[in-house]
Design a protein around this ligand. Sequence first.
Ligand code: NAD
Ligand code: UGA
Length: 478
Amino acid sequence: MPSTEIKNICCIGAGYVGGPTMSVIADKCPHLHIHVVDIDEQRIKAWNSKNLQDLPIYEPGLDEKIKKCRDINLYFSTEIEKNISNADMVFISVNTPTKTKGIGAGKASDLKWVEACARQVSKYASGHTIVVEKSTLPVKTAEVIKIILEDAQLNSQNSKTTFDVLSNPEFLAEGSAIEDLENPDRVLIGGENIEAINLLSEIYLNWVAEEKILHTNIWSSELAKLTSNAFLAQRISSINSISAICEATGADVREVSRAIGSDSRIGSKFLDSGPGFGGSCFKKDILNLVYLCEYFGLPEVAKFWEEVIEINKWHQHRISKLIVKKLFGTVSGKKISILGFAFKANTNDTRESAAIVICKDLIEEGALLSIHDPKVDKYQIEKDLGIKLNLNEESKSEDHSYKSKGGWTYAPSIKKSLIGADASIILTEWNEYGNIDWNMAKKIMRSPSWIFDARSILIPEKVKNAGLNLWRIGDGSN
Ligand code: NAD
Ligand code: UGA
């Protein structure tokens, strides 16, 4: 049976979810002792680094939480065994990427990390432990976790080891994680045992209103998380598909978004057309949903959701193609400035970023990219593009007589990225890109120069008045 209060929490997985989530819980619940554990020693070292600039993830407001709580009631370590053993509640917050081989490869979630966690908990837990699924998981994963834990109970020398399993999916978005965690639209808790549900609810009640804490059965909770991401991604694919029609017909996607978003049934959020959705979860979670539909004999439903991903892919390549077309049909040997590599602003995360697809397309066409991002380092870009940064090419990239087969360099500043460039493409909506002095840009770029605003963050007149050509996403006057 659950104990009457929770004192010690262990969170397995110190990533984009584990780190921020536990930092906010530690801040709001000073009476709790929270240990975030991970197998990745480097990541834990970074979480413990004295210089808060060196935290492994960038998230506005996170450094303040770490400064306030670390080593007071929030600890980061690789001591998995000890911290599971001491915990009353264990959050599983590990990665659940798409399977790359075997049954369901390319669609199903790879649950090997979740299973490993369940085995670790079954081995080291003592007394009663509430196991909380924080990772995004396919429906019925709780059953797998339960089977592993129950098996441990049966084989345990210590008959007092007991478990409850709850689903408590996370809805934070990167870049606004701290704000989302502090003011959630809702907290979802799925489970069977009301005592365990209440113990988890009590933690959130320290800062979340009771009416925002939703209780459901465990399968609804698991499915609601996948559905939520599928609906959000679908909205972006919908508006991006409309941006293409706007460009073809003379309409403006911003005006269309405003017009439809004013309908309270549709709502105004998540209607910004961009270069296509990225991030570690939308594609993975929809693929997971598609796999589940196929598994449960619902191919028509699977096809419906798969199209959300297909149109996103098409949209990203559409942008690369139109850039080449505008630049007289060729980008070979031309310097192109890329502004932004993260999948959205205010994060250093590049997973599934549209920038990866668009940059690869342009390099394939022979372009010399000069990539700038305020938070993504060159090693990450190198890893994502799978193309080595050639330092010798860095000095040559402004020399148009240099015929390269395509490549990229890292630009330490916006200005360096723009010098000698034929075009600049805004792929991430970082604030600083909205404040560029376009008169200065005109002087240092090669004419005729093009600005491609794939995020719709520029004031068109400012760019055009500087004598630059402008293309904006979904703008029929392009
Ligand atoms: P991540 O890759 O940033 O972090 C996962 C961490 O788990 C890694 O540091 C890894 O080393 C660690 N880990 C894996 N197996 C382990 C084990 N057996 N023991 C200890 N540590 C282990 O992933 P993330 O972005 O934090 O996502 C985690 C989960 O949360 C995923 O299921 C994801 O779908 C979901 N989610 C993510 C977001 C987001 O914005 N990133 C938002 C909501 C939900
Ligand atoms: C998303 C969801 O918003 C979170 O609720 C969820 O918890 C999370 O996935 C997850 O499960 O991982 P995240 O991917 O961090 O969060 O960021 P979003 O703000 O949703 O943006 C995703 C992508 O859509 C980005 O590339 C973003 O630029 C793009 N986007 C978003 C648009 O192109 N237009 C919009 O109007 C909104």
